[in-house]
Design a protein around this ligand. Structure first.
Ligand code: LLP
Length: 418
């Protein structure tokens, strides 16, 4: 459930009409519902209340400061993957003791900053990385918590680009190498290697691959008599984009709690999409309609630079007219919704049956709160749109639309070329 609903044929976000926001904010813009965001975080928290896990929202799914702040205020932790995300976490007022840091390519400076900030865990993905963290921790004279990210070699049913728990991906360590690290803890006097981490992929609709991966990790611990205190089971919960029937937070918890409760491990979760995905839409305006002998196009003012998911993963996002009364439902036509970018792959939807639209109409691309703005770019020198958050009956611009000046920020023409 989310807070984007039609009231009197007008799409509303909580108690605000989307078209009213569009009168004040130029399109395209991302629009977030504060209530939906918090509701989804709370759903997970409630489903797992019997074990009180640390829930670290995955910043990469939506890193807007207002989004992070809203969740941090509800006591959420954060899952970060870069120095930039650490910077955002600090600006959002996150408690360092609720931050976990994954990623295969942490640079020395990033590791140093995270240690100084006092984060809860590094999720380590290679032997060289653990040696690097040890070296920097010694230099800083700090003791640092480390979890070994395991690649459990399971195959979740999802797009190949977002399946991370298969043995041939770059993520995590195989069981043998992990064992070797646990056996040589003495080599890392500044590290407390007391956790295991898995993240098997994203947009996973059922609990089986999670059960399989957690089962593998737990038998690894048991067989090798390894003492650990924490298990981070990653993110990956799927949401509804089209006709999927993803597991609810309660189903997910019901399916994996029995396994987790057999252990005394403290549990960490890293959901991103489940919380931010349903909480955001992309609002865009039809610039032109174009009918050709082969296809009909709605050319809108946002494209792959604003929302890359359709182009990159052939991802489906539902598209709805913001004012449905403008449309006669008997007047459906099959269209491609395309952006202004000069690439054939620039589309938001293909072969979609939509009510006939005309230039100037507003459309909403649903389920765009996760991996929407965070994956946007300035390709074709298009300024990124605003981000707006509705809280109850009011909307707030939480990132202003970029100006042309922003496009060239940091660029210089060398003297030799003047
Ligand atoms: N933890 C780790 C270590 C991750 O790499 C990710 C996502 C998450 C947690 C959060 O996963 P979630 O709960 O959001 O599924 N750009 C793609 C998704 C990439 C996911 C990358 N890792 C998309 O638009 O579908």
């Amino acid at each position: 459930m989310h807070e984007f609903k039609f009231i009197d044929n007008e799409l509303c976000c909580e108690r605000v009409r989307v078209s009213d926001i569009a009168k004040n904010v130029d399109t395209p813009f991302y629009l977030y519902s504060h209530k939906t965001l918090i509701d989804h975080y709370m759903k997970l928290k409630a489903a797992f209340r019997s074990i009180k896990p640390l829930i670290c929202f995955s910043v990469k799914s939506n890193s807007n400061l207002a989004v992070l702040r809203a969740l941090v205020k509800k006591d959420a932790g954060l899952d970060i993957v870069s120095g930039g995300e650490l910077y955002r976490a600090s600006l959002a007022g996150a408690n360092p003791k609720r931050i976990v840091y994954a990623g295969v390519g942490k640079k020395q400076g990033e590791i140093r900053d995270a240690i100084k900030f006092g984060i809860h865990f590094f999720n380590v993905e290679s032997e060289e990385e653990i040696r690097a963290i040890q070296g920097i921790a010694r230099e800083l004279n700090k003791k640092v918590n480390v979890a070994i990210r395991i690649n459990p070699d399971v195959i979740p049913k999802t797009h190949s680009h977002i399946a991370t728990g298969k043995g041939d991906t770059k993520f995590g360590l195989d069981f043998e190498t992990a064992h070797k690290i646990f056996n040589s803890r003495w080599q890392y006097p500044n590290l407390d290697i007391k956790g295991l981490h898995i993240h098997i992929g994203s947009q996973i609709l059922d609990a089986r691959p999670f059960q399989e991966a957690i089962g593998k990790v737990l038998s690894f611990l048991k067989q090798n008599h390894i003492e650990a205190e924490y298990l981070n089971i990653g993110g990956g919960l799927g949401i509804v984009y089209a006709m999927e029937h993803p597991q609810t937070a309660d189903h997910f918890a019901k399916n994996i709690l029995p396994i987790l409760k057999k252990t005394r491990l403290k549990i960490i979760l890293e959901p991103g999409r489940f919380i931010s995905g349903p909480s955001g839409i992309l609002v865009t305006r039809v610039i032109y309609t174009k009918r050709t002998p082969r296809r009909n196009f709605l050319i809108v003012d946002s494209g792959m630079n604003d929302l890359l998911r359709p182009s990159l993963y052939a991802a489906y996002h539902k598209i709805v007219p913001v004012k449905s009364a403008e449309y006669d439902s008997s007047d459906l036509e099959r269209v491609d919704v395309v952006g202004p970018i000069c690439e054939t792959g620039d589309f938001l939807a293909k072969d979609r049956l939509l009510s006939q639209a005309k230039s100037g109409d507003l459309l909403a691309v649903m389920g765009a709160g996760a991996y929407g703005f965070t994956m946007s770019s300035n390709y074709n020198s298009r300024p990124r749109g605003a981000e707006v958050m509705v809280i109850g009956a009011r909307f707030h611009i939480v990132r202003r639309r970029e100006a042309y000046k922003d496009l060239v920020r940091g660029e210089t023409i060398p003297k030799a070329l003047r």
